[in-house]
Design a protein. Sequence first.
Length: 287
Amino acid sequence: MTYKNTKSFQAFINSPFRSIKHKSYFNVYDALLEEYIGKEITFVEVGVLDGGSLFMWRDFFGEQARIIGIEINKSAEAWQDHGFEIYIGSQSDPNFWKGLFEEIGKVDIVLDDGGHTYQQQIITVESALGNIKPGGKIIVEDTYTSYQKEYGYPSNHSFIKYAANLVDGINLRTPKIRTSKDSNKVISNISFYESIVSFSIESEESLDLAEGIPNNGSILEKQAESLRYADKPILTKLENLIIAFKFFQNFPVLGKLLKICGVLVTKCFKILNNRIDNFKLRKYFKY
Ligand SMILES: C[S@@+](CC[C@H](N)C(=O)[O-])C[C@H]1O[C@@H](n2cnc3c(N)ncnc32)[C@H](O)[C@@H]1O
């Protein structure tokens, strides 16, 4: 769909005050936020001095939405006369966020269009994470700053690196690989768009489901073997050899020794195989 036909673009064009957005953002806004239109939501935007986006979001969501603006510049208080709630403070100050959420309670959406430094973006997400209602979202704009020298590129602590680390946290929920590293407790999904990253929030209980559950289906008499290494003849031969020598495993000492050797050799071959695969896959890692 052309961005001009989106609901968010119509609201943007209708805003009586100045706002600048990437053309690519409007389709993303519609995809991420359409479900909240007409609902009694609480929407928080960081960076609202010019007021243009405040009016845009009121038009987009409807009059029943509670729209809260966060701004470092005190002049933004003028927008209170237009029915918006404005809080003056810095998004890079965790104490400001703590006090804010104590006052306004949990919210549905936080959208960050503030100063765009890594520190501001990361502290905004960290501060908002425990204060979003299940089903809500945190959306961070202008994440291209993660690739700009003036913002610190290259850095292992850019916003995009931070978001990728949270992706690791989602996968670490799986019990098979869960480590002492804390997993993401409330993020169900992270979506990356051109210069926008969106985090979907759910309750901790609803996300604590990372374990297999069988259905009631019957099992074929001869179970299909895993064909993971079917195209790796050496590994397949090795695994078949271990199966063929299963008989010897019944002998007390020799059997145990053979088993240990078999498992060790197979492990080594798997590691070697993965190393070779990784080497071949290098060309797909372009950036
Ligand atoms: C890109 S403008 C926001 C534009 C607005 N969202 C719009 O579309 O109309 C960025 C805003 O973030 C504010 N800002 C910068 N650093 C901030 C900080 N640390 N805390 C809160 N607001 C900040 C600036 O004063 C400025 O008004």
